[in-house]
Design a protein around this ligand. Structure first.
Ligand code: NAD
Length: 441
């Protein structure tokens, strides 16, 4: 199929035109922003099949839990824009002073998406940037070709071209794009490319939001409903073939609970995909050969260092990696060195909350940290003694769908956050306004 890359020579002109467009001040009006959000919502509603079809083509994901979320986000901003954007009153220093914080749009924002949720990781930040009154340049991931193509066609058709422009390409185009001056860069993708983005942004002192990689642990304790925990872990490890930044990367579990955990995970996978996931239409695929090769190499290392208790089969012709469970894992093993981003579940022996905290603190800060426990002291200790983008107790990744909470990482899992009012804060400058009554002559 292929993507039509934006000619490199045209990129500086496109960015200059966006910057000039911001200076027309049209996006300052809340009504104008709402019009654009309504256009985005219309685009999503009228083209659900095309958008879902592109995701299916890129990732083999049958159920669409991505597109509807984007529509909900547009609705949220349309319904709450006045309240989210209103000035925040502040104290004056003398009688008569009028002081407030005004949320001003930043200007021209670059939004760079990634391939694992190729539609929502472009449209979710885009909705927030539009709501905050910015002009946006969008760069979908070239890895998810069908999604990049449909986004380009639809955004060009539905959105005001002076407000949203799409640029397509791979490293060459992105490198030139990052040399341009933006007022903010919002990047979702790997930690390594996050460093490249931040270094490029530093040349122009452009602020960045970086939504980066995961390696999120799930902690199983004695005081938990083990079946519920195992079912949730199984679902998240196999959804999108484990290619989810917020999925459980590895499980910390006491030895005597491991067998029940393993059997329940296997039973849940069988329930979802039958006895042979390779024959199941419900089981997605690895995005491309590059990611497949990476995971296959990881599996080879796992087979040498650990015990594969379930799964382990691969098929390059179908980009198929079987949902796999691995035991006998220690922190120095290959599987624990980086984010897995695939359907392989390592179970690390961990007897209590002290050990869990110790293991977590030996790794980079995760994007999500999942605790399965009914003991309040466990969650209090995790909150106090570890760091992560989020903590979720007795579930996995559910905070992503709650617009009342900020979504983002810390340390190697990212910087900054978005969703709901946090998107408005991210894509605005909190401008101090201090109006003093004029002195009498
Ligand atoms: P990717 O290859 O699609 O890259 C992401 C973006 O970076 C794309 O727009 C791509 O064009 C650009 N890019 C790639 N290489 C570049 C380079 N050398 N120079 C400049 N730009 C470049 O995706 P990926 O990096 O494989 O992303 C997967 C990662 O994304 C995983 O680590 C995952 O955890 C993370 N992720 C994070 C979140 C989050 O919200 N925190 C969400 C989804 C995925």
């Amino acid at each position: 199929m292929g993507i039509e890359n934006t000619p490199v020579s045209s990129i500086p002109k496109i960015v200059a035109a966006s910057r000039a467009s911001f200076l027309t001040h049209r996006t300052q009006s809340l009504e104008f922003r709402k019009e654009q959000l309504r256009a985005l919502l219309r685009m999503i509603s009228e083209n659900q099949d095309d958008l879902s079809g592109a995701i299916k083509s890129d990732l083999g994901r049958p159920k669409d839990f991505e597109v509807l979320g984007c529509a909900k986000t547009c609705e949220f901003f349309i319904n709450n824009l006045e309240a989210l954007s209103e000035n925040k009153k502040a104290h004056g220093l003398k009688d008569g002073d009028e002081c407030y914080v005004r949320y001003s749009p930043l200007g021209t924002v670059l939004i760079m998406g990634t391939w694992n949720f190729p539609i929502s990781l472009v449209l979710q930040p885009l909705a927030g940037a539009i709501a905050a009154g910015n002009v946006c340049i969008v760069k979908p991931s070239e890895v998810a070709e069908a999604s990049a193509n449909v986004l380009t066609r639809l955004l060009t058709k539905y959105m005001d071209p002076n407000v949203v422009t799409v640029i397509n390409g791979a490293v060459e185009e992105t490198t030139v794009l990052l040399q341009q001056r933006f007022d903010h860069i919002f990047y979702t993708g790997s930690t390594d490319v996050g460093r490249i983005v931040m270094a490029a942004a530093a040349k122009n002192l452009t602020p960045v939001t970086l939504e980066l990689g995961g390696k999120c642990p799930a902690i199983i304790t004695e005081n938990t409903n083990l079946v519920d925990a195992a079912q949730k872990i199984a679902v998240w490890k196999s959804s999108n073939c484990g290619q989810i930044c917020l999925t459980v990367d590895y499980v910390l579990c006491p030895k005597h609970l491991q067998e029940k955990l393993i059997q329940t995970v296997i039973a849940t996978w069988k329930h979802s995909f039958g006895a042979d996931p390779k024959a199941s239409n419900a089981y997605p695929k690895i995005i491309n050969k590059r990611q497949f090769d990476r995971l296959e190499k990881l599996l080879e290392a796992v087979k040498k260092q650990n015990t594969v208790v379930h799964g382990g089969r691969t098929d390059a012709t179908r980009l198929f990696i079987e949902p796999t469970i691995v035991t006998g894992v220690s922190l120095s093993d290959e599987i624990m060195k980086g984010e897995i981003f695939g359907p392989i579940l390592p179970i690390v022996p961990c007897e209590n909350i002290d050990q869990a905290i110790n293991i977590i603190n030996q790794q980079e800060h995760p994007l999500g940290l999942y605790l399965f426990s009914s003991d309040k002291e466990h969650s209090e200790r995790l909150l106090k003694e570890t760091r992560s983008g989020a903590v979720v107790v007795n579930d996995i990744a559910v905070h992503y769908g709650n617009p009342s909470l900020p979504f983002g990482g810390v340390g190697n899992s990212g910087m900054g956050s978005y969703h709901g009012k946090y998107s408005i804060e991210t894509f605005s400058h909190a401008r101090a306004v201090f109006i003093r009554p004029q002195a009498h002559l």
